[in-house]
Design a protein around this ligand. Structure first.
Ligand SMILES: *Cc1c(COP(=O)(O)O)cnc(C)c1O
Length: 466
């Protein structure tokens, strides 16, 4: 399988290449040159497989020659063996047509584990072949950092430097990062906001001296391998609900558009998806873009669902490329305009292509509270704020009543105990396997909010590229 950049001029790479590259050299994102397709018979034959086997079968066409089928299955078995639920992503019924797909049974209690547990193993595998080392630098508003740290802790050839905005992530989120004791994990609490921290990281990727000395990599969802791993649970859920004979809809709490783009990929591979609902909170740039063609950034309003509090949705570029006719040169122009003015209009082709599968919805804080209460009263389910936003959109969706709607439950409620307790009166408990989180010792360094300090910190500690 060959991968091309959404901006048309970076060299095509194979799966191993895109996994280690992250962003393409022309500033674009890598996507497969074409979507692999499964026939209905091939989809039906996937029914009933254990999750790790389903994962290997769905991902094999994307992996191509980079891994043998046997080796891929070994890696998915190891990655998903670390989940606390035997079904890995169990499906829970709420009422006659609403379902929850629980994606939070991994080590750090958010759906990001599904992709990052595998990505950690892929890094180790591909780096081991070349003897090279990889220095991952990232900024987190909470969930990505802990999932990435857990995924690479103790792995060969890779080290991670994770910046979090000091005092602005929840105690659970911070402790999940800072209580990991592996020598290849470096936690930095930095003064300023998440956007400031993200700004330092972006600057590092463009810093010629740093990039000459170190092989710097990314773990955010611009990495293709992450999206690929997320395609699998769309298959898992749809197969249980009757695919390929019966169509299914999904409602997805959306931030960087990674998770919902994986649904777009599943549909293009032949999975019969009736609709993908892009659920946003009041930070609604994606809702404006999909309903009105207006992709323009504003101020971020902090909400109870922090992983959806975004201005610019990095994976949206992949949709614009695919839905808009795959014209890399034109998209490069469009994105340059957006980067300069922080606003753009979607083309008619992009809007039309997107609307074949996607609709969007914006939830107010009161909608979120109401959805949490409904889930508790109707189905005895305690759900997290992100999941609640998507469940609100699912319940409001205008769809044929015969189509089941699956809401992606992206985080365990105990990651956001205060918001859940405010809405439902019930305080969710951490699962027993991490019940001692607040007794674990933390380890992290604090840095002032300036680039020179972060740069010096990393330059002193990182492993030089081989
Ligand atoms: C990251 C995250 C999201 C948003 O996912 P994207 O792939 O960025 O759209 C939603 N919910 C939770 C709990 C998350 O951690």
């Amino acid at each position: 399988m060959e991968y091309v950049s959404t901006r048309g001029s970076a060299p095509a790479l194979d799966f191993e290449g895109v996994t280690l590259a992250g962003l393409a050299s022309d500033g674009g994102l890598y996507v497969p040159r074409e979507w692999p397709r499964f026939s209905n018979d091939e989809i039906a034959a996937l029914r009933g497989l254990p999750y790790a086997e389903l994962a290997a079968r769905v991902m094999q066409p994307f992996v191509g020659d980079s891994l043998t089928p046997e080796r891929l299955l070994e890696l998915t078995t190891a990655a998903y063996g670390r989940f606390a639920h035997a079904a890995v992503t169990p499906l829970v019924q709420l009422d006659e047509r609403q379902w929850l797909l629980e994606l939070f049974h991994g080590p750090t209690l958010a759906f990001k584990d599904v992709a990052l547990q595998l990505l950690g193993l892929l890094f180790e595998e591909f780096l081991g072949r070349t003897g090279k080392s990889l220095t991952i630098v990232g900024a987190t508003s909470g969930d990505t950092g802990s999932a990435a740290i857990d995924a690479v802790a103790g792995r060969e050839g890779v080290e991670i430097f994770m910046l979090h905005p000091k005092g602005r992530v929840s105690d659970v989120q911070r402790r999940q990062m800072t209580s990991v004791r592996a020598p290849n994990v470096h936690n930095i609490a930095i003064e300023g906001s998440f956007d400031d921290a993200q700004g330092h990281v972006k600057r590092m990727f463009a810093d010629p001296e740093l990039t000459r000395r170190f092989h710097i990599g990314a773990v955010n969802s611009i990495n293709w391998a992450r999206l690929m791993a997320q395609v699998v649970y769309y298959f898992a859920a749809a197969l249980q609900l009757g695919a390929p004979e019966r169509k299914v809809a999904f409602s997805v709490p959306t931030g960087n558009f990674g998770d919902v783009f994986a649904g777009h990929v599943a549909a293009h591979m032949g999975l019969p998806i009736e609709r993908l609902i892009v659920a946003t909170n009041v930070n609604d740039i994606l809702h404006r873009a999909l309903s009105d063609g207006d992709y323009s950034t504003g101020e971020v309003t902090p909400t109870a669902a922090p992983s959806m509090d975004i201005q610019v949705s990095s994976n949206f570029e992949r949709l614009l490329f695919d839905a808009g006719g795959r014209d890399g040169a034109a998209l490069a122009d469009q994105m340059r305009g957006f980067e300069a003015s922080k606003a753009m209009r979607l083309t008619n082709a992009q809007r039309q292509g997107a609307s074949e599968l996607l609709t969007s919805a914006r939830a107010e804080p009161s909608d979120m509270t109401e959805a949490m209460r409904w889930a508790r009263e109707a189905a005895c389910q305690i759900i997290d704020p992100h999941t609640a936003i998507a469940l609100h959109a699912a319940r409001a969706a205008d769809l044929d009543s015969a189509v089941p709607i699956v809401t992606l439950a992206t985080a365990h409620p105990a990651k956001f105990p205060d918001a859940v307790e405010r809405a439902t009166g019930q305080r969710p408990q951490l699962p027993a396997r991490i019940g001692d989180l607040f007794a674990r010792e933390e380890r992290y360094d604090e840095l002032p909010g300036d680039y020179a300090a972060v740069r010096a910190y990393i330059a002193e500690r990182a492993t030089p590229a081989a």
